[in-house]
Design a protein around this ligand. Sequence first.
Ligand code: ASP
Length: 327
Amino acid sequence: MTVHVIATGGTIASHFDGAAWTEIPGRQLVDELGALPVDVEVHDVASGPSSNLSTNDMVAVAERARALLATGADGVVVVHGTDTLELTAFVAQLLLGTGPARRPVVFTGSMRVHSHAQPDGPANLRDAITVAASPTAVGREVLVCLNGELHAADRVTKRSAASVDAFHSLPFRPVGAVVDGAVHFEADAEARRPATAMTSDVPLVTCWPGMPAAVLEAALRTGDEGRVRGAVVEVFGDLNGARNLWPVVHGAWKAGTLVVLASRAFTPTAANDDLALLGAVGAGGLTAQKARLAVMAALDSTPDRDDAVAFLHQYALHHDAGERSTR
Ligand code: ASP
């Protein structure tokens, strides 16, 4: 059995020797784990902080994972900086989809540097390789493995830049765990169709109190005064935005743009009567950053706007307003 490790840099590879910072290559990170129960091939594809990665860089990492699986890899681990790890993991989820035979793809990193007295990187990397080689992880979502927890790429977010317990799927639980080398999952994975490409640029506008409508209007236009094909607008609460913005959203929808509303707060809303009147749809629980990636994938996978919404809403949670008091 062979697991392939794609190394892209990040804190897990950052080493301070008392005088200077260097970056530890992926092969060394794997060798430092000692004996492993599987063969590991390493591909160093990027270095440095993950905040430098563009969306195209993320797509390239995901395509590399897809190519390795297509040529027989038993599992793939991506070593990644934690700042944008959840985004590259979600790009991989969008491009690979979830199907019963898909071999595991597992993202990991660390919150502490390689030269820390008690680094978290080695345990995270060992766990991730274990999951990538595990038959129980076949057919799962693209996974994020840190601190002994397994998260689905669509739900996980980095919530702390100061703790090894940085990644959460709140308000839900992690989908699984690695305990003393044993891999457990709590629930079945849902099937998701893969995207065919992800190249369209999609703007993300975060609304602030009192934001002029002209800001949104400008973001929805392209350079040649046409309209962007898709856009994500981050509003408040249960997809509530200021009333001066709604005519812009409605106008964009009438002009053919797929306008997706996401929220600063968690809300599972994907659709409701008010949104339908505007022509907008809700992100269905995706963060604004992830909604933007999903809209890119949706627009590049189908020419039909309704089908693009269906692609996006593969990742939507079921909305039941009656559950609100218990969430
Ligand atoms: N700055 C780092 C990054 O590359 C943070 C980390 O890896 O934990 O995202």
